[in-house]
Design a binder for this molecule. Sequence first.
Ligand code: ACM
Length: 690
Amino acid sequence: MSVFRPLSKVLAVVAVLFASAAAAVPSLVPVPVQVVPQPGEFVLDAATPLIFDKRDAFAANYLRDLLNRTRGIALAKRHGAPAITLRRDPSVSGKEAYRLDVAPSGATIRASDSAGMFYGAITFWQLATQTPGKANRVTIPSVGIIDGPRFAWRGLLLDSVRHFQSVAFIQSFLDAMAREKLNVLQWHLTDDQGWRLEIRKYPRLTQIGGWRVPAGEAAQHDIDPKTGKPRLYGGFYTQGQVREIVAYAAARHITIVPEIEMPGHAQAAIVAYPWLGSVSDAPTQVSSDWGVFPYLYNVDDRTFRFLEDVLTETMALFPGAYIHVGGDEAVKDQWKANPAIQAKMHALGLANEDALQSWFIARIGTFLKAHGRRLIGWDEILQGGVPPDATITSWRGIDGAITAAKDGHDTVLSPAPVLYLDNRQVEGAGEPSGRGAVVPLSNVYDFDLAPASLSDAERAHIIGVQANIWTEHIREPDNVAYAAFPRAAALAELGWSPAATHDRAGFLARMPAELDRYAALGLPHSAHLDGDPPNPASSTMRDSHELTLCSNAIALSIEGPAPLTGKRPVYLHDIMNPCWIWPKADLDGVAQLSLSAGQLPFNFQIGADLAKVAKRPAATPDGEFEVHIDTCDGEKIATIAMPHPAPNAGLVTVRGPIAAPSGAHDLCLMFTTPRLEPYWALHTIELGQE
Ligand code: ACM
């Protein structure tokens, strides 16, 4: 995709129009380039004709379906006036651009391409849903709208590896994206924890590489009667399903960019075909650990033939220009330790393993280019040099994007943590699991897409913006949607709307109508717009999410592995240190405490940091829960020996005395650590009187 900013000249005008018409700006998300209120209104009801050419039937039917589902108004294709008319108009310049004129005599959507027509239809639907609920008749104030995107790449990443989503879910997710005018789905299909794309030439990738035993004792005890072994979790998308999803996306003007990871994040492939790996003792099972694994593809010609075969089948399924080859987090230890790889590196005249990775990626880039495709990779592919026409997804902040743009590479801004939507969106109890950092809606909205350190020419290499939904900690597809929305609306506005329209208060004022649309369409979403944590419901009880972590090394809001069926508890904690602070607990008359806690597997690949996991000697086999007063080194005022829970126990509840002084004191709550795993995580604590 090339950079597309045909509307930059009107930006100065936009702010003025908004200022003068502020009260009349309708709740449209993303906000259009130009919205000019006009006198009068258009009346929409079941008799309103919908007029369109055959080539715009999809956009027209999409509009009809949305109006029907949200307003209960079923339009028909008939002639008459005042009508809604979809009209091709070559004078509407720019890809994806449209004009929408609403007047008492009719509403007309004009565009020169089908994407623009589709987006015009979406905007008309948004005008018709300024308030929620079904209606026989909707009046839409007259308005003239000129619109088109700021960036060509307005993306989300969906991780279907760490947890698997159904075809139906992905289709509903694509619909939700399309309604925000998002147009790229980077589909994360291969990783250490699974291979999800059917490759006909290498069936073991999905037969073996697509399945794992989930972490935790409960899963180990969940025996599949067919095999007599622990039940496997996983799945994959057949090529037929992929074609269906790609076509579904294309109809909604979304390009799916498949991500096939290399040279790292390759463990599932190496389990399926051990000759792909860089060590003689290849892993034999797909892992259920999260984190960064050491397993890399080797650099043999046979491995490149494998990768080229995989990419050939991938390209046949995904017609878009870009193929994402990952390239992130490839720890080079195995390449350093392998004599054959070292020999090849030296024979190629390469100075080190970064240069070897660079050679690896360049070789793949050449292959893709020969097949008319473009390579895109995470910013680590800059290390050791990157092929000239590679595009960079900058995730480790925006430094990668700045380096890339200065070197003349196109780049997509996708930095952690602000555009990592697996981070929680609000503090407090009752939220779905995710990473521990909190990224509220406003933070996404306020992300700056125009780094000051770049010249205008360099900035033109920023082709767009993308938010990522990694799913290590998002097992339920509904929670994927919840994590995405409404933050994807903020992302969409960043990617679509001109910088001059950026106005957080205005955006937040337009969002309630958007949440109403989500609700009407049954899209799971967060209703938090301001990011303020709710006050704890009780003065004597705290959920872990209402406590402060003693440390913040790897903070997660993590779902327990049990029970196997039904709702599972979610714990806020630092996996490196099971310790929480209850600030200023009211201890007057307190003599008892009651605790609910669960046991978690330590399924994290954290390399050398393993030595830094807190160790607190235990006096009993399953350890103790301790309360210290004022500080974590303060006097111990409660000790409760933890029981040995049943394998499928979600939570255990224990009680015990606490020798509390009166007044308000900080309490430091911690578990001793008889072993690395399973380890205890606090769910709730309640203080009681005698
Ligand atoms: C990434 O988050 N490893 C791209």
